[in-house]
Design a protein around this ligand. Structure first.
Ligand SMILES: Cc1ncc(COP(=O)(O)O)c(C=O)c1O
Length: 404
């Protein structure tokens, strides 16, 4: 295969001890492998510098508090947030969306209000809204997709009404890799007075994100998809929105003063971080952000775009392959092979040491719209190269030979 400039490896494979030679790991959209600096930060956090945060008066705890808060400041800078106080550490995107649904939506929306989602959302950006809507008596509307499976913003312009209070959309789809025109979505949402939440799980690992430039109101992502640890993620919210939100979980750390007569709460972000947080997770996330920014998100974006273009071009040469999503998808290619269940595709690829995901990808409403039960999905990361694309294509050719 001819290797174009952008398909040159980023030369970081050696940073990833869990990727053995000759294994094509193409499941980064599920979770990214971890580079050595992240593993080292976690090892150091537990093995050298460990103590609790925000409570201890001894030096070790004060130092750990500084490190934990430095991670928050790093996440704020990474997202272009106005202040570190706008960064709430959560377990991941799922928890971040549930927090906004249970705190912001339940306190701000009234019976009859409407929430707008799209057909391609991850279950994490559907079910929390269903739970909240049930509590409120609100309604959920669903944006259709364009022919190439992008969120249809023309339809959004027509569907939005003054009863819509919230629009929650994937910045990048975890199935099709389609990239939302977030600025236009924000403009449309704000035009009717609705807030915009962006699910940035698949965007932050593969493109620069600036919440100010996107003009959204809430942004969530998971650390583990950004080469960081599991169990930690970020909810960014505009300061004035977070300020007005009630706590959603109670416990230590989130209070100002507790008595049986009346308890008052800490200002954000502490108000939303009840209990002992994932201290070392935050340190790992800090290292992960440093890592991707040292490579450069523009470079990662260009690299993955080249791998996607090559994958789509090569797979489209195989007659029985059906490709999903737009041509310019970000880092993710979903496909099917006529007459073959995606699980069989993934199993046969595994025999050739190519790891892809097969299934509904936690997006059953999207599967319904595509008219399939499942897809096969290859997703790229900084460690992938043209060799991995070649291994994938050879594996799919083998699938077609086996199934005649
Ligand atoms: C687009 C998108 N949203 C939300 C999630 C949920 O992330 P997590 O399970 O880390 O909370 C995922 C994970 O697959 C995702 O890809």
């Amino acid at each position: 295969m001819q290797v174009t400039a952008d398909m040159r490896p980023l030369d970081v494979l050696a940073d990833f001890p869990a990727i053995p030679s000759g294994w094509a790991y193409l499941d980064t959209a599920a979770t990214a492998q971890k580079p050595r600096p992240v593993i080292d930060a976690i090892t150091r956090g537990y093995g050298e510098t460990y103590a609790t945060v925000h409570r201890g008066v001894y030096q070790r705890s004060a130092d750990m508090t500084l490190a934990y808060e430095a991670a928050r400041a790093r996440a704020a800078k990474f997202l272009g947030a106005g202040s570190a106080d706008e960064i709430v550490f959560v377990r991941g995107a799922t928890e971040g969306i549930n927090l906004v649904a249970q705190s912001w939506a339940v306190s701000q929306l009234r019976a009859g209000d409407r929430i707008l989602l799209s057909q391609l959302e991850h279950h994490s950006n559907i079910v929390p809204w269903q739970l909240a809507a049930e509590r409120i008596g609100a309604h959920i509307d669903v944006l259709p997709l364009t022919e190439d499976q992008r969120i249809d913003l023309d339809a959004m312009a027509e569907m939005l009404t003054s009863r819509h209070r919230l629009v929650a959309l994937a910045h990048v789809s975890n199935v099709t890799g389609s990239v939302l025109d977030a600025r236009r979505a924000a403009e449309l949402a704000h035009g009717v007075g609705a807030k915009l939440l962006l699910d940035g799980c698949q965007a932050v690992p593969r493109m620069p994100v600036d919440v100010g430039a996107l003009d959204c109101d809430f942004y969530v992502f998971s650390g583990h998809k950004l080469y960081g640890p599991t169990g930690v993620g970020v909810l960014w919210g505009r300061a004035e929105l977070l300020d007005a939100m009630p706590p959603w979980q109670g416990g230590g750390s989130m209070i100002d003063k507790v008595s049986f007569e009346r308890t008052t709460y800490a200002p954000p972000p502490g108000r939303f971080e009840a209990g002992t947080p994932h201290i070392v997770g935050a340190l790992g996330l800090h290292a992960a952000i440093d890592y991707v920014e040292a490579i450069g998100l523009d470079r990662i974006d260009a690299h993955e775009a080249a791998l996607v273009a090559e994958t789509r071009a090569r797979l489209s040469e195989i007659n029985s392959v059906r490709l999903f999503g737009p041509e310019n998808s970000a880092g993710i290619v979903s496909f099917g092979v006529e007459g073959v269940h995606p699980h069989d595709i993934a199993t046969i690829l595994d025999e050739s040491r190519v790891a892809i995901r097969a299934g509904h990808h936690c997006a059953q409403p999207l599967m319904e719209a595509l008219g399939v039960e499942a897809t096969a999905r290859a997703s790229f990361g900084v460690y992938n190269s043209a060799d991995d694309v070649a291994a994938l294509v050879q594996g799919v050719e083998r699938v077609t030979r086996i199934f005649g």
